[in-house]
Design a protein around this ligand. Structure first.
Ligand code: ADE
Length: 231
């Protein structure tokens, strides 16, 4: 088994690389991929750069070029669900693309023909995350994550995303990674720690909390790696 661990930004994978220790760096298609053997299992770690296009490229590369057969994503998100405070964790049960819009042709937001509004997370990985959460005594909210190529810092945009997708959090990569993994039959798991609440002061909150929230997410993801390895 080979496990892909993905983030979007350097800060999201740095705490993971720190934990892994030694790794080999390979450059491929404009990105760096970090390969390591961790507790006897092969890992490939990478950050994609921000957004749906770069994350699609990285997820596809990890699966098709590096032959990973499970993908775990760690990073930060903007919270929508009022229960989610800065530093809290959310696990996606399903993901959507909130900026995919051909409503002009009578389709719902997030839908294109032969696609689906939501892509569901692997049930076994969700079960493992519940075990990790209870072992760590950590509250983790399960919910809908909406993905788009915008840093959302506006309450009306947030409300619109809730209206169409009933989303609990939003970010810029999970939905595209989900589409790739689903199409290639690779189980995936998307975890995010809240860095901001996607309203007017979101950019300031993001700057202040992105790094600390990324560490919280990375710590949980490494426990997920341990669980996946021991299964
Ligand atoms: N990731 C973290 N916060 C975000 C926000 N407000 N919008 C989009 N992606 C984010």
């Amino acid at each position: 088994m080979k496990i892909a661990i993905m983030g979007a930004m350097p800060e999201e994978v740095a705490p993971i690389l720190e934990k892994i220790g030694t790794y080999k760096t390979t450059e491929y298609a404009g990105n760096k991929y970090y390969e390591a053997t961790y507790k006897g299992t092969e890992l490939v770690v990478a950050y994609s750069k921000i957004g749906k296009v770069f994350s699609t490229l990285t997820a596809t590369t990890m699966i098709e070029h590096f032959s990973c057969d499970v993908l775990l994503f760690s990073g930060v998100a903007g919270g929508i669900n009022p229960e989610l405070k800065i530093g809290d964790l959310i696990v996606a049960t399903k993901l959507s693309q909130h900026d995919l819009d051909i409503t002009a042709f009578g389709h719902p937001m997030g839908y294109v023909p032969e696609g689906s509004v939501f892509v569901e997370t692997d049930k076994d990985l969700l079960k493992l995350s519940k075990e990790v959460a209870s072992e760590l005594g950590k509250k983790v909210i399960e919910g809908v994550i909406a993905t788009g190529d915008q840093f959302v810092h506006d309450s009306s945009m947030k409300e619109n995303i809730v209206k169409h997708f009933n989303a609990d959090a939003l970010e810029m990569e999970g939905g595209s990674v989900a589409v790739v993994c689903n199409a290639l039959n690779v189980p995936f798991f998307i975890l995010r720690a809240i860095s901001d609440t996607a309203d007017t002061d979101a950019s300031f909150s993001f700057d202040e909390f992105m790094e600390s929230s990324a560490i919280i997410s990375a710590e949980f993801i490494m426990k997920m790696v341990d669980k996946v390895i021991s299964k």
